[in-house]
Write a protein that binds this ligand. Structure first.
Ligand SMILES: Cc1cc2nc3c(=O)[nH]c(=O)nc-3n(C[C@H](O)[C@H](O)[C@H](O)COP(=O)(O)OP(=O)(O)OC[C@H]3O[C@@H](n4cnc5c(N)ncnc54)[C@H](O)[C@@H]3O)c2cc1C
Length: 375
C-alpha cells in the first residue's frame, strides 16, 4: 500500500529527500511538501546577496519546480503543529494532513524577539526573505546620507550581515563614516567558542570595514530610531537587524514529542524523534540526543540530509536502517567580509584572504547548483 510521507518545511535536509525521491529511492511513497514559501533561500549566500556579490536569483530555488522535478506535491501552507499520535500535521489554515511518516526541517527562529519593541521595530534575519527589506532600507539610508544601522547578535551570521550592510551602503554611494554600522553582542569577546585567533581576525576585519563593536551589553528596548542598552545608553538606530542565536519554534514542544531544554526536537542517530519512530527531524530544529551541544549551523543541516534521505528510503522499502548520523566535532566557517575577502576558520585556526572568498563561493555555488539543475 502507498505510504504518505509529509515533509514539514523545506530546510536543507529535505532537498536531499527530494533528490532521493527523484532517484526512485522512495518508490511507493506519496510525498507532500508543506511550505508556504514559493522560494527556498540559501542562507550561505545571503550576505553575498545583500553585499552585491550575487543577484537574488542565484541563491533561491523555486519550490514548485523542485517538487515537480522530484515527483512530490507542494501543499502551499506552513505547518503549525504535529500530532505524532493521530499522525497528522496541522497547517496554518487549520487543515489537518494525515501521514504515515513525517519529517520536520523547519529551521529555527532568532532568539530574544520578546525584548520590548523588537517585533515591531527590528527586522529579524529569519525568514530570510526579510533580507529584501534590508536591501531596500540600506539603499534609502545611503540616499539620505546619514544614520545608523545596528545588527543585534555578534555571532558569525550577525558579523557577516554587518560586513554585507557596509558593502551595500558603499555600493549605493555611501562611502566614509557618515552612516554607522554597529554590531551588539552579549559576550565580552567575539565568538569565544571558536578561539582567540578568529576573534582577532574578525576584529581586524571590523576595523577595516568600519563596523563598530558594542560587546558585553544586551538590548533592553528597540524603538523606531533608537535602541536602549543594558548599560543605560540609548543609541540611534534607523535600521535594526535581529541576528541573535537560534530559538525553537514553540509548536515543536507543544507537539508532545521529546525536546531539549531549548525546545528543539530530540532525535536519535537515525534522525528519528525520540519515542516516535514514524517522525523524523533534521537541521536546526533537531538536536541529536547523544550530541546535544551540536551547533545550529547550515553545515550540520546539510550533513544530516543524506542520512535522513537514506533512513526514510529504508523505512519506506522495509529495509534495516543504514549508517547513522554523528556530527563532525569541528566545522569549517567561511565568513564573507564583504570586500572580496573571507576569513576561514576551523578549530583554533583562522586566516583571511581573497582565496578564502573564492573557496566559499565555489562551495556555495556547488550546493545550489546540485538542486537547481534538476528541473
Ligand atoms: C545570514 C545568514 C548566514 C548564514 N551563513 C551560514 C554559513 O555560511 N554556514 C553555516 O553553516 N550556517 C550559516 N547560517 C546558519 C544557517 O542559516 C542555519 O543553521 C541553517 O539555515 C539551518 O538549516 P535548516 O535546513 O535547519 O533550516 P532553514 O535553512 O532555515 O530552512 C527551514 C525552512 O523551513 C521554513 N519554515 C519555517 N517554519 C516553517 C513552518 N512552520 N512550516 C513550513 N516551513 C517552515 C523556513 O522558512 C525555511 O525555508 C547562516 C544564517 C544566516 C541567517
Amino acid at each position: 500500500m502507498t505510504k504518505r510521507l509529509v515533509l514539514a518545511g523545506l530546510g536543507h535536509a529535505h532537498l536531499f529527500v527530494l533528490e532521493a525521491l527523484a532517484q526512485g529511492r522512495l518508490a511507493g511513497c506519496e510525498v507532500l511538501v508543506c511550505t508556504g514559501e514559493q522560494e527556498h533561500v540559501y542562507s550561505g549566500m545571503v550576505p553575498g546577496w545583500l553585499g552585491g556579490r550575487y543577484d537574488r536569483s542565484e541563491l533561491v530555488l523555486d519550490t514548485d519546480a523542485l517538487c515537480r522535478w522530484a515527483g512530490a506535491t507542494r501543499v502551499p501552507h506552513h505547518v503549525r503543529g504535529v500530532d505524532p499520535v493521530a499522525r497528522t500535521v496541522t497547517l496554518d489554515n487549520e487543515e489537518r494532513v494525515p501521514f504515515d511518516l513525517c519529517s520536520i526541517a523547519v529551521g529555527s527562529t532568532p532568539a530574544g524577539l520578546e525584548a520590548p519593541g523588537a517585533r515591531e521595530h527590528a527586522v529579524p534575519l529569519k525568514p530570510l526573505h526579510n533580507v529584501q527589506r534590508l536591501h531596500d532600507t540600506l539603499a534609502e539610508l545611503a540616499r539620505h546620507g546619514s544614520g545608523a544601522v545596528t545588527i543585534v547578535g555578534a555571532g558569525l551570521a550577525g558579523l557577516e550581515m554587518a560586513f554585507a550592510a557596509r558593502a551595500r551602503l558603499e555600493q549605493c554611494g555611501a562611502h566614509g563614516d557618515a552612516i554607522t554600522v554597529r554590531v551588539i553582542g552579549r559576550e565580552r569577546g567575539l565568538v569565544p567558542e571558536r578561539g582567540a585567533r578568529l576573534a582577532r581576525q574578525l576584529e581586524r576585519a571590523c576595523t577595516r570595514r568600519r563596523v563598530t563593536l558594542e560587546l558585553g551589553v544586551t538590548v533592553h528596548e528597540v524603538r523606531a530610531d533608537a535602541l536602549r542598552l543594558s548599560d543605560g545608553r540609548t543609541l540611534p538606530s534607523q535600521l535594526t537587524v535581529w541576528a541573535t542565536g537560534a530559538a525553537a519554534p514553540a509548536w515543536l514542544a507543544e507537539s508532545g514529542l521529546s525536546v531539549d531544554d531549548r525546545g528543539f526536537l530530540l532525535v536519535d542517530a537515525h534522525l528519528r524523534a525520540l519515542g516516535a519512530s514514524h517522525v523524523f527531524a533534521a537541521g536546526d530544529c533537531a538536536t541529536p540526543a547523544s550530541w546535544r551541544a551540536t551547533p545550529k549551523a547550515g553545515v550540520y543541516a546539510v550533513r544530516m540530509g543524506p542520512v535522513l534521505a537514506d533512513a526514510l528510503s529504508a523505512v519506506v522499502q522495509g529495509r534495516a536502517l543504514p549508517a547513522s548520523y554523528a556530527p563532525q566535532r569541528q566545522f569549517l566557517a567561511l565568513v564573507n567580509t564583504g570586500d572580496g575577502r573571507a576569513i576561514a576558520s576551523r578549530g583554533a585556526f583562522a586566516v583571511e584572504g581573497r582565496w578564502a572568498m573564492r573557496w566559499k563561493d565555489r562551495l556555495d555555488r556547488a550546493f545550489i547548483a546540485r538542486f537547481r539543475t534538476r528541473r
